[in-house]
Design a protein around this ligand. Structure first.
Ligand code: SAH
Length: 348
């Protein structure tokens, strides 16, 4: 059954109209879902009994079940959810000094096949609906409501490639961004892509104000194609052209993610190549310590080795930071909790 979370503000108005109700009715429902965060249609007390029973016949509200929760000493909390069709997906809540951020999954499994990533260990089963992405957010927000806390930031960096599920991701973001609902500011929202070039152009043309992060991880085609199969379809020259177009259209700073893999992409020549590649862009590099994954042979660099790489980039005028690690004592790597539970036979 469809979820009410699948409909954004406009669509909720359209639905009400299609039922012969005032658009305003739809907007009331939207406010019940996102301001009051009710999970039961009968709690929408300003709707008539008849309206409520029509809603109940056609829609569910929340289609996700929390099946596991892991809490780290640093506050990072991983949630494993199960969908109505038995799929498993995970979301992570992280605590920063600027607020609380949720990392949302966009697909069940992933087809991008990056060599280092746990998410791609299972092929994509399906795209998540926008309602299932909204439900990840709201399940966590409802827990935080009990402590008087709120999620302030969203990163679409969980399992899946958001630009391989473009419409649903955009619809989800329209809902959480809407000021009659959760009101998460555009600049507090980040979408991360491995480089699906046609969608970068599409995204650039939409002028949404969401942040864009590019998973780069290698500064030359030879290495990048080995680590990330998407590079065989869209090599660096095409990726960088699309990124420059995005930059012209949006005048926003771009984030590049770069996992430091020991002995693979962490050498001085890689830092030099990276600074050449990013020359002239309003770019910022996020150096990421690798979260080791049992099935993969890659190793992370030490803090000291990361500092050497960082210094080389800074010397070459590339702004960068080393990402702080979160949730080291729980299944921190992307997709790891899900994979571990699949191995135990909990779901797929
Ligand atoms: N498909 C999208 C979003 C999901 S992955 C993308 O590729 O950007 C989110 C980020 O986590 C990407 O930069 C990805 O390369 C990185 N990542 C994947 N596995 C990791 C691991 N084991 N340790 C650290 N970062 C990882």
């Amino acid at each position: 059954m469809q979820s009410l979370y699948d409909l954004n503000y406009e669509q909720m108005g359209d639905f009400a109209q299609s039922m012969g109700w005032k658009r305003f009715r739809g907007h009331q429902i939207f406010q019940w879902l996102y301001r009051e965060r009710v999970t039961d249609v009968d709690a929408m007390t300003n709707l008539s009994k008849e309206t409520r029973s029509i809603l109940k016949e056609r829609f569910v509200i929340d289609s996700l079940k929390v099946v596991k929760k892991q809490v780290s000493f640093d506050g990072t909390t991983k949630f494993l959810f199960q969908t109505e069709d038995g799929s498993l997906l995970e979301s992570v809540m992280m605590v920063f000094d600027y607020g609380r951020s949720v990392c949302v999954s966009s697909q069940v499994g992933c087809n991008m096949g990056c060599a280092f990533c746990a998410s791609g260990l299972t092929k994509k089963r399906r795209n998540l609906t926008s309602g299932e992405m909204v439900a990840q957010f709201l399940n966590i927000q409802r827990e935080l409501d009990k402590e008087g806390q709120r999620l302030s930031h969203i990163v679409v960096m969980g399992t899946g490639e958001p630009f391989d599920n473009y419409e649903n991701v955009m619809n989800f973001l329209a809902t959480v961004n809407h000021d009659r609902g959760l009101g998460i500011g555009s600049r507090h929202i980040t979408i991360s892509t491995c480089g699906v070039v046609p969608r970068i152009y599409k995204f650039a043309d939409e002028h949404t104000q969401y942040n864009l992060a590019i998973s780069l991880h290698a500064p030359n085609d030879e290495l990048r194609s080995k680590l990330m199969p998407i590079n065989q379809a869209y090599p660096l020259s095409e990726l960088m052209k699309a990124i420059r177009y995005y930059g012209q259209e949006n005048n926003r700073r771009l984030t590049f993610e770069y996992i430091l893999l020991k002995g693979v992409n962490d050498q001085p020549q890689h830092a030099r190549q990276l600074s050449q590649l990013l020359h002239g862009l309003n770019a910022y590099v996020n150096l990421i310590p690798y979260n080791s994954v049992d099935e993969k042979q890659f190793k992370s660099v030490t803090r000291q080795e990361a500092m050497v790489f960082y210094d080389l980039l800074m010397k070459n005028n590339v702004r960068c930071t080393i990402r702080k690690e979160h949730g080291q004592d729980i299944d921190a790597a992307c997709g790891q909790l899900r994979i571990n539970e699949i191995k135990k036979g909990l779901g797929q």
